[in-house]
Design a protein around this ligand. Structure first.
Ligand SMILES: Nc1nc2c(ncn2[C@@H]2O[C@H](COP(=O)(O)OP(=O)(O)OP(=O)(O)O)[C@@H](O)[C@H]2O)c(=O)[nH]1
Ligand SMILES: [Zn+2]
Length: 320
């Protein structure tokens, strides 16, 4: 275990195939390949590595340091890691296109299970009436304890602005920056968001040098345009205290790694009513004297959320 302790430590900031970009504590980027055939390192991992060329810009990853957490999704066939050692998950949704509550809930469940704090960001609040509808759909999430922030990263009108402003686009953008900068200043934040929500806009706002950095990495890894579809770590400040991790979009957020009996526990609104069921192994679907069903009846659990619980529960029950 200690045999690699004397090697340099580095941070995985990007990866493409079997090539990784390792950042040294001084901020230098080195292209590394893992030693073994199978590599499980992901962006956010800290690794022990050593140089393999005389100029010191290529190396080999010898070992991975223990992880604090790992956010991943899992369907029937494969596991897909997002990133490791996360302090925060920022789930970006928008007034338009209408977001899938099921996908949102899946991401939140995976984050709960991995013990990662969540921030929900609603973009395009300049678009009414879509914004009001989205706000309504997010109300249960606020009520169950998630922080929900609203922004208009690229507003087309001055709707939603408190005072008339000569440049609504700029004032919305400045307001978003002022709101987000302090919240993301420390630790690593992974950004997840379905296509079209404004994820590129958000990353470019918070990391103005993102496009240049991505191009540079693509050249280094010789992967051309492909790297833009990969996960990438960006420092938010010169002191390297805060980081934003951009990740590619995905179709389905599989949560096959969640244990069926724990499902309700990872849903804070359901969790609040656990411990009051007649049966210790209650599935909260059909049992008499179920605390969750009683709470649903009393309107203390949103109908949509309970429907999502049923769907996800059935999905986990089908697992072979
Ligand atoms: N009205 C409005 N439009 C916005 C806002 N933010 C972003 N958009 C628009 O939404 C569209 C998607 O923004 P992008 O930043 O490209 O979104 P993305 O999530 O990276 O999308 P993909 O590239 O498809 O993954 C663009 O046409 C933006 O101009 C906003 O606050 N209000
Ligand atoms: Zn129950």
């Amino acid at each position: 275990m200690t045999q690699h302790a004397e090697l340099d430590i580095g941070l995985i900031v990007a990866g493409h195939g079997r090539h990784y970009v390792v950042m040294t504590p001084e901020g230098r980027e080195v292209i590394c390949q893992p030693r073994g055939k199978k590599s499980q390192v992901v962006v956010g991992d800290r690794v022990r590595w050593q140089v393999t060329d005389s100029r010191g810009d290529a190396g080999v990853i010898e070992a991975m340091e223990p992880r604090r957490n790992l956010l991943y999704r899992q369907d029937e066939w494969k596991t897909k890691s997002f990133a490791a050692n996360l302090d925060r998950l920022l789930v970006l949704v928008a007034a338009e296109p209408v977001f899938s509550e099921s996908q949102l809930s899946r991401a939140l469940i995976a984050a709960e299970e991995a013990r990662i704090e969540v921030l929900i960001l609603l973009n395009k609040v300049d678009l009414e009436p879509a914004a009001s509808l989205a706000r309504e759909r997010l109300a249960p999430y606020r009520a169950m304890g998630y922080e929900v922030l609203e922004v208009a990263l690229k507003a087309r009108s001055e709707a939603g602005l408190k005072s008339a402003d000569a440049d609504p686009l700029r004032s919305h953008r400045d307001a978003a920056l002022a709101m987000l900068t302090p919240r993301l200043a420390k630790g690593s934040t992974l950004v997840l968001g379905p296509s079209g929500t404004g994820k590129s806009t958000l990353v470019n706002l918070l990391v103005p040098q993102a496009q240049a950095a991505t191009a540079e990495i693509s050249t280094a890894l010789n992967s051309g345009r492909h790297t833009t579809t990969h996960t990438r770590w960006y420092w938010l400040d010169g002191g390297r205290e805060g980081a934003l991790i951009d990740s590619p979009g995905f179709q389905e957020f599989g949560i096959q790694h969640i244990q069926r009996p724990d499902l309700a526990h990872w849903m804070p609104d359901l969790r609040a009513h656990l411990g009051h069921c007649r049966f210790a192994n209650c599935s909260h679907t059909h049992e008499p004297d179920c605390g969750v069903l009683a709470a649903l009846e009393r309107g203390e659990i949103a109908a949509n959320r309970y429907r999502i619980y049923q769907e996800l529960g059935a999905e986990l029950d089908r697992r072979g």
